[in-house]
Design a binder for this molecule. Structure first.
Ligand code: ZN
Length: 378
């Protein structure tokens, strides 16, 4: 049990300066702590957080945990993630997925990596499938994977409007979304399909059609990479108003894209931000030739939240990586500072530097340094 005293708490709602009491992996109490409880907390386990900001640990719904890529050849396969990379970027919950390569990268390998990261302190989930439809699964169907594998909470990332997609028909997508939805109903999981949207002119038209003509539940649709250009961002703003979730891949301009999304009339409650971490960032010329490649990192996710806070208010900015993401993924115990919620907690100083972090009550960052134990990445 430990008591965090004196921090300004964003739950993500602004609660002002209140104390937060943690017992084991849960938040036990918020606010004035009864003197009987105080006596049970030894002196050493009171964390003085005067002048610090306290908020929920961030959720990152789009991470290539075992790496990704391969565009341009095998020499461009990107490396997997280390737990301390996430920890130092304030991320305490990740969803792992496969992208372009669903042959040399497998869902079973992804699952094993997710379990390893969980043992080291993060909370991890995965999507089954990859860019292509029909979807490769571990069991026979998406529903099998959702029922049998605890960590599978949906399908992704399924590519549309991209020359690397399998050019799925809207009928095929409707079947896939329906399978994920039924898997979600049977298991109490989100049952979302996470769509990778490319830069082709079709944009999100197939997802609009799924809602308008196929009557699929809009909240089962979760589209990412929506800030590639203004036309796509505007289309995503329209989709968000139909009840779908939409997600911006963080880069150095994300704070401006978030402000633009609001100007375009987008529904901020349906917006999240992810990192695409450890995925490859290929660049192509007009003719579609590969011109360069880089690896995504979670640092933009962390930095841009605070920049976005300047434009839309810190409460609203924090929601994009905490409460909204938890709602999209149907994880009610995540992304909030609330009695009974998981003790995923960040303490941040005036310079927006991460000072301390706990994930399910276990300290991962202390005085700005990773204190993660285990693994081969120390
Ligand atoms: Zn993608």
């Amino acid at each position: 049990m430990f008591l965090i005293k004196g921090a300004h708490v964003f739950a993500p709602a602004d609660l002002g300066v209140v104390d937060v009491l943690v017992e084991s992996d849960r938040i036990l109490h918020i606010g004035e702590v009864d003197h009987h409880v105080i006596q049970r907390v030894p002196e050493a386990e009171v964390v003085n957080a005067d002048g610090l900001t306290l908020c929920p640990g961030f959720l990152d719904p789009h991470v290539h945990l075992i790496g990704g890529g391969g565009e341009g050849g095998f020499e461009n396969r990107t490396p997997g993630i280390a737990v301390k990379e996430s920890a130092l970027c304030g991320v305490t919950t990740v969803v792992g997925l496969l992208g372009t390569d669903g042959v040399s990268r497998t869902t079973v390998d992804l699952l094993a990596k997710a379990r390893g990261l969980e043992a080291q302190g993060l909370t991890t989930y995965i999507f089954t499938g990859n860019y292509r439809v029909p979807t490769r699964t571990v069991g026979e169907t998406v529903i099998d994977d959702m029922v049998v594998i605890d960590k599978v909470i949906g399908v992704g990332e399924v590519a549309i409007a991209d020359n690397r997609s399998s050019c799925p028909t809207t009928q095929e997508l409707a079947r896939l979304v329906s399978d994920a939805h039924v898997g979600g109903l049977l298991t109490g999981k989100a049952g979302v399909v996470h769509f990778h949207v490319g830069k082709e002119v079709a944009k999100l038209s197939q997802l609009h059609e799924l809602i308008d003509a196929f009557d699929v539940p809009a909240h089962s649709l979760y589209a990412t990479h929506i800030s590639r250009n203004d036309d796509l961002l505007r289309d995503a703003a329209a989709l968000s108003n139909k009840g779908a979730f939409v997600d911006i891949t963080a880069d150095e301009n994300t704070h401006a894209d978030i402000a633009k999304f609001v100007e375009m009339g987008g529904n901020l409650a349906q917006l999240t931000v992810s990192s695409d971490s450890n995925g490859s960032l290929p660049t192509f010329d007009e003719a579609g030739n590969l011109t360069g490649i880089d690896v995504a990192h979670q640092n933009h996710l962390y930095n841009q939240v605070w920049c976005a806070g300047d434009a839309i208010g810190l409460e609203n900015a924090l929601r994009l990586v905490t409460a909204n993401t938890a709602r999209a993924l149907a994880l009610p115990h995540k992304g909030r500072i609330e009695e009974g919620a998981d003790a995923d907690i960040l303490l941040v100083d005036d310079n927006r530097d991460l000072v301390h972090e706990w994930a399910r009550g276990k300290q991962l960052v202390k005085d700005g340094k990773s204190v993660v134990k285990g693994g081969f990445d120390e």
